[in-house]
Design a protein around this ligand. Structure first.
Ligand SMILES: [Zn+2]
Length: 394
């Protein structure tokens, strides 16, 4: 990786062309448009999560001639004098916002906006040189390095790092769609996709669904390969296809649908036909069933043909019920001289007369839950562990 230390850019150079209006969905730029400070549709979160003390500290440092630390810029294409901030977004944004009189800092006991500073202090502020490392290199090098630098402020998450490393057409277009809080589709997407749109969680999900993996490496490969694509059709179409599929099959939106692994479920079941009215009735029935303790499992259970009750985490028998049934079975078995496991008692081997201890047995639904059996004392029998395991179904 090639790094160049630059010390001749001053605050006024970096902030040249800086515009900030919270109402607009536009990106932030410096160096007369040649520096991307915050890409479009992303910037709100940075200060939404800050109390403003940090940005005041940046200004205070400059006015007191304290260093504000190294800034790291990425130069994505060696033949273009265009840069992106890898580290230092918040600091540079603070400088720009201060010059635009968007907040005041205390100077000699008074709150001072930039315009109200004495002329010589304004001049000093604008002429302060900044220390900047320009990085050019292979994507994997920048990525490896970027992960090791200690990022001040809000740590970037995995997808935000990938967006920086692979910044280019694809990321710009993808963010416009998937990290744009103004996108009206979000109302529907938020029912199924977990996370914060401004922290790239929706973009992350869209990528995971597309590459069928949540592995950073596979997502990196895709982003690298498509970095300069002129469209994001594949990403968008796949995402919309999955959302439409969910909405088509499950007509009633439930809270428990939020954040399920819909990409995997789509891959497994999208070719299967479902009777929508029947599905809806099944969902309602399972929602009303007290024995279903994991409501989030209902959707996969139905998609998979209702063969895996373990997805629903069916309520187990109460300890008191099991002890009562154990005592009843054991007393009866002893009086007959047979095993207290009814299945062992029916057999011919050495266990046919074995009396198991309570801890050697498990409770079983006589009529399986999936066949309508209740989780109550009438439907409970104790089996030895190996017979209970063999019986399997709940
Ligand atoms: Zn047995």
């Amino acid at each position: 990786m090639k790094t160049t230390l630059k010390t001749d850019w001053k605050v006024e150079d970096i902030c040249a062309g800086f515009e900030y209006s919270a109402a607009e969905g536009k990106g932030l730029f410096g160096l007369n448009g040649n520096l991307t400070i915050q890409p479009e549709y992303q910037r709100n979160y940075l200060y939404a999560q800050n109390d403003g003390e940090k940005e005041k500290a940046v200004i205070d440092s400059i006015l007191k001639c304290y260093p504000i630390g190294l800034l790291y810029f990425n130069k994505p294409r060696s033949n273009e004098e265009k840069f992106e901030i890898l580290d230092g977004q918040q600091r540079v944004t603070s400088l720009g916002r201060y010059i635009k009189n968007l907040f005041a800092v205390e100077v000699d006991g008074h709150q001072q906006y930039f315009d109200s500073l004495a002329q010589d202090l304004q001049e000093k502020f604008l002429k302060t040189p900044l220390t900047i490392y320009i990085c050019e290199g292979a994507e994997n090098e920048i990525k490896a390095w970027f992960k090791t630098i200690n990022i001040a402020g809000i740590p970037l998450n995995a997808q935000e790092i990938l967006n920086s490393v692979y910044s280019g057409n694809f990321v710009t277009l993808a963010k416009e769609e998937f990290s744009n809080s103004q996108n009206s589709n979000l109302y529907s997407w938020k029912n199924y996709v977990k996370g914060n749109v401004l922290r790239q969680d929706f973009l992350r999900t869209a990528l995971e669904w597309l590459v069928n993996s949540s592995d950073d490496k596979e997502i990196s490969e895709y982003m690298s390969l498509h970095r300069w694509d002129k469209n994001i059709d594949a990403l968008k179409n796949n995402f919309v296809e999955i959302i439409n599929w969910i909405e088509k099959i499950f007509t009633d939106t439930k809270d428990e649908m939020y954040g399920l692994d819909w990409g995997r479920l789509y891959n497994l079941y999208h070719e299967k036909n479902f009777d929508v009215a029947e599905v809806s009735a099944k969902v309602e029935k399972l929602y009303e069933d007290d024995a279903v303790t994991n409501k989030r499992g209902i959707f996969e259970y139905i998609l998979g043909g209702e063969t895996e009750p373990k997805l629903l985490n069916i309520r187990l028998f109460e300890e008191s019920t099991k002890k009562t049934v154990y005592a009843r079975q054991t007393n009866f078995a002893k009086s007959k001289g047979v095993s207290n496991c009814p299945l062992c008692a029916a057999g011919k081997n050495k266990n046919s007369k074995k009396i198991y201890a309570y801890k050697e047995m498990d409770a079983d639904h006589v009529t399986a839950w999936s066949k309508g059996g209740a989780t109550d004392i009438e439907n409970c029998e104790m089996l030895c562990k190996s017979h209970n395991r063999a019986k399997g179904n709940v």
